[in-house]
Design a protein around this ligand. Sequence first.
Ligand code: GDP
Length: 464
Amino acid sequence: SKPAPVKKPATVSKPKQKINLDLELKKKNEKPNLSFVVIGHVDSGKSTMTGRLLYDLNIVDSKTLHKLTKESESIGKASFSLAWIMDQTSEERNRGITVDICQTQFETKQSSFTIIDSPGHKDYVPQMINGVTQADLAIAIIDASSFESGFIADGQTKEHLTIAKSLGIEKCILLINKMDVVGWSKDRYDEIKGQLTEFLTDELKYVKDDLIFLPASGYLGDNIVKKSKNLPWYSGSSLIELLESENKSVNHKIDKKSPFVMTINDVMESSKNDELTVSGRINSGLIQPGESISISPSQQTALIHSITITKSNVGSSLVKNEAQKLAIEGEFVELKLKKLDNWENIKVGDLCSLANNPIKPCNKFSCELQCFELTRLLLIGTPFVMFRNNISIPARLSSIELVNGKKNKKKHLRSNTVSTVTIEILERDMPLLTFGENKKLGRVVIRKDGFTVAAGKILDLLHE
Ligand code: GDP
């Protein structure tokens, strides 16, 4: 269906409360939040590592772990008890319709973190893409005992790392896991590190200094929170030390002039007719209760009644909703909205902006597209699935302007090319931002027949 034409907002309203912006920002920066996504091949140990991290930080108590151990023993899977810490919370948290990634908040003395848990299985790449778009940093878990199976052939390690880089994750911790299984071997670690570094710097163009390697055992806890005695040849930091130091460097340097944009991750209806709560991570800018926003593509205006940040303790059902005077880029928030004309049209993936700065949806854009290794040529007109943030939508190439910098006459793209193309979104118009406007939202990933085939930067929106 066609979206409504751009409407003049009914109300453009001011914040409810006058605040001292610099002071509020300073407060937020006392304990900045770093969000990280855990990626990697299935069974590489993602859940186990995360469970170990939370357990060794005393965020999950031994009673909870004991209970989980008993449960997992009773079905003959004792080794899964740490992994269940995350799985159990994800179930508890599953309140909305669309929560297919799990967010877990935890705090240490100095820092606050959000873990984005994404499924490692091949069928879950779309959710993994969603997870990556919410993260500042990726931790890739690599199984030292079976590195090759996740890396060569159709393993998920390469695909996950490719997607992470294509969606703007510049920094990556590569945790070489299950070092206990390979006898804590430095040779094995060096071999894997070498192969990964080559792939990441040569093919994915990562900057070497942005790659942090770390040998560990999530299961036994070596180098997660406690330094390992089994790895005397490694003099670097443990995972939590690395995360703490990354957290310090996040230090929300908010560009006060950058426009407010938030992608909707979840929509929660209320018993009251004129209220609706949407949640998401703020992509840029800042917002206060009392301000009015526009939601694209439906172009409705709503008033922000209140803003809350949900803090829950992992492993318990204690949830705190902290009301905010101000919310800023990078924060995961819930916005309680008032006075929307039409509820039904608000969906996951919609973009919120300030009411006086609505985002006009469109269905065509020019794009700098990088093709990866293709098994078949990418043809003009053939549909593929395009991912942008947490939306996936059918789309196709409608023209190819340049290939590797040269004028193009062909009707297809080959492997390992960089081209300028026009992409047409099928089915509906989407709210889009260019790469120039937003370095994360201005990116797309293209998958075809279950493989990631290309990634692009949105150059220009072509409104008809
Ligand atoms: P995920 O699919 O990546 O989340 O992997 P899981 O965390 O579920 O782990 C898969 C299996 O590997 C489980 O049996 C874990 O106990 C085991 N595992 C995970 N980390 C380690 C480790 O560091 N050492 C050993 N020996 N086994 C591990």
